[in-house]
Design a protein around this ligand. Structure first.
Ligand SMILES: NC(=O)c1ccc[n+]([C@@H]2O[C@H](COP(=O)([O-])OP(=O)(O)OC[C@H]3O[C@@H](n4cnc5c(N)ncnc54)[C@H](OP(=O)(O)O)[C@@H]3O)[C@@H](O)[C@H]2O)c1
Length: 178
């Protein structure tokens, strides 16, 4: 079974996107000269699993940003084909988090980037996240799509380190405790 890794940005009040999905508050001009470590993180990743919400957001970008295989978990999209430009890069499936990880493991993945609010919550609930890098942008947006949500039991984390950037972004690295 591959390990799951989260690298995500949130508002200080814990949202990954506004309610309408917009991210205007997340990437600010003052971040442009800062290296938040995304390139180093993604280099070590074999495959990406994300929810339909994140997939639809990425589709609106100017260009497809990933050179790793992307598995989109979606009841709506399962059984359909991705757009021609994404053939061979993206696949859709309706799988539980464990089944998704087993599927990616059979394809040779050992480290999987887990992305999207609801999807991160589901993978956390099922004990499939090994570590998380959470970058908090110093802004309160009041409401939106949450990174974290209800849990059947507490999830204990080990704080590895926290780095602060001149822009005010505060990045904390956590590993999950057994
Ligand atoms: N701040 C950041 O760093 C960051 C990172 C990633 C994404 N985002 C933003 O976050 C937003 C998307 O997050 P989100 O929480 O709305 O959606 P999400 O987690 O990306 O996707 C949720 C969707 O995934 C599908 N799904 C399949 N299996 C699921 C399961 N076991 N549990 C939950 N959902 C499952 C469902 O779609 P079906 O109805 O098709 O089944 C569900 O609606 C976008 O606006 C994106 O831009 C921000």
């Amino acid at each position: 079974m591959p390990t799951g890794h989260v690298f995500i940005g949130t508002s200080l009040d814990g949202f990954v996107a506004r309610t309408d999905g917009s991210l205007d508050w997340l990437i600010l001009p003052e971040h442009k000269d800062e290296d938040h470590g995304y390139a180093a993180f993604i280099q070590d990743i074999d495959a990406i699993v994300m929810g339909r919400g994140s997939y639809e957001a990425v589709l609106a970008f100017d260009a497809w940003p990933y050179d790793k295989p992307v598995l989109v978990l979606s009841r709506q999209l399962a059984g359909t084909e991705p757009p021609d430009a994404l053939r061979g890069k993206v696949s859709f499936a309706d799988l539980t988090p464990s089944a998704a990880m087993e599927h990616l493991g059979r394809k040779g993945a050992t480290r999987v980037y887990v992305d999207g609010g609801q999807i991160v919550q589901a993978f956390l609930r099922d004990g499939l996240i090994a570590d998380m890098v959470i970058s908090r942008v110093p802004v309160l947006i009041g409401e939106g799509r949450s990174l974290f949500g209800p849990l059947a039991r507490d999830v204990k984390l080990r704080h590895e380190r926290t780095v602060t950037f001149p822009s005010g972004l505060v990045q904390s690295h956590y590993s999950l405790r057994a």
